[in-house]
Design a protein around this ligand. Structure first.
Ligand code: NAD
Ligand code: LMR
Length: 325
């Protein structure tokens, strides 16, 4: 058995938290040989509910769950954290765009970025889930000047998984048969799910589906999936979001499969002509706990327009939170 690692999760009394913590403790995130100490962070009024979550976690008698720290103090919650999953934030309701949450949620991430800067392990890997995830990750990153910007990521894996699932259904294929899916840009309705380089059972996906389906079905379905879940469930996605967070962290820590890549929101380094500094989703491979952008993919005019549109939205969001940066 390895030495336990500390995993901090915020928003633990919320919907995603309830779907996430038990799977982490069961070993789904870091595997069956990695004990974990869970740091559960909530706001003060939710501490009673958090106590209930802690009790249930203990009642599962998970062999990998070495300890629990439950707190409303970010300094305690992020102390020595090796991983931090920032979920705690307001979800949107029907008729809202995720960026409408910037005002309500943005300030949370200055406080948490600073606390990570001051208290987390120097190698902490941070995933922002709370919406609008990319710009919240930017706020947290900019609030943590002593950490490497590459330690801050935003969740695009739910969009990536949604895109894979849609394509598998359309082509009568299976999820494991699909490789090299890409979702570019923002976790918003401007995101660009791109199958240009995707393989289905080793065959190029663009040969298997027509352009009309891509434009009128696949792309809008993936872009609008969050809103469709809210309309159907009356609440935003929770179990699928938790599952994607686990996928994101597992891939980042343990690596991508040979010949495959995933989509992660990361600080743009200017690759593919995207402005530097915004948190933009790129295709990445992961190895030894580090990610690298997949370079030199040909970009069609169709893709270029969509990649730029979602970058423009991220620049606008950055402008709107300039006072928090
Ligand atoms: P929820 O309302 O059920 O739970 C949120 C929890 O966060 C609450 O318990 C609240 O008390 C807590 N919280 C609020 N501020 C906090 C703070 N400063 N520190 C610690 N905890 C805090 O919401 P949910 O359904 O769990 O969703 C959480 C967030 O995740 C929302 O912003 C939602 O839009 C977002 N989300 C993102 C994705 C994605 O793909 N990036 C997917 C689904 C949901
Ligand atoms: C999602 O994509 O399901 C989440 O970001 C929730 C939302 O507001 O759409």
């Amino acid at each position: 058995m390895n030495k336990p690692v500390r995993i901090a999760v915020t928003g633990c009394a919320g919907n995603i938290g309830y779907a996430l913590l038990f799977r982490i403790a069961a070993g789904d995130m870091l595997g069956p040989d990695q004990p974990v100490i869970l740091h559960l962070l909530e706001v003060t009024p939710a501490l009673k509910a958090l106590e209930g979550v802690s009790m249930e976690l203990r009642d599962c008698a998970f062999p990998l769950l070495a300890d629990i720290v439950a707190t409303d103090d970010p300094a305690v919650g992020f102390k020595d954290a090796d991983y931090a999953i920032l979920v705690g934030a307001r979800p949107r309701g029907p008729g809202m765009e995720r960026k409408d949450l910037l005002e309500a949620n943005g300030a949370i991430f200055t406080v948490q970025g600073k606390a990570l800067n001051d208290h987390a392990s120097r190698g902490v890997k941070v995933l922002v889930v709370g919406n609008p995830a990319n710009t919240n990750a930017l706020i947290a990153m900019r609030s943590a000047p002593d950490l490497d910007p590459r330690q801050f990521t935003a969740m695009m894996r739910l969009d990536h998984n949604r895109a894979i699932s849609q394509l598998a259904a359309k082509t009568g294929s299976t999820v494991p048969a699909i490789r090299r899916m890409t979702v570019w840009g923002n976790h918003s309705s401007t995101q660009y799910p791109d199958i240009s380089h995707t393989l289905v059972d080793g065959r190029p996906a663009p040969e298997l589906v027509d352009q009309a389906w891509l434009e009128t079905d696949f792309i809008p379905t993936v872009q609008q999936r969050g809103a469709a879940i809210i309309a159907a469930r009356g609440a935003s996605s929770a179990a699928s979001a938790a599952s994607a967070a686990i996928d994101h962290m597992r891939t980042w820590a343990l690596g991508t499969a040979d010949g495959d890549w995933v989509s992660m929101g990361i600080p743009s380094d200017g690759s593919y002509g995207i402005p530097e500094g915004i948190i933009y989703s790129y295709p990445v491979t992961c190895r030894d706990g580090r990610y690298e952008i997949v370079q030199n993919l040909p970009v069609s005019a169709f893709s270029r327009a969509r990649m730029d549109a979602t970058a423009r939205e991220l620049l606008e969001e950055r402008e709107a939170v300039q006072h928090l940066l």
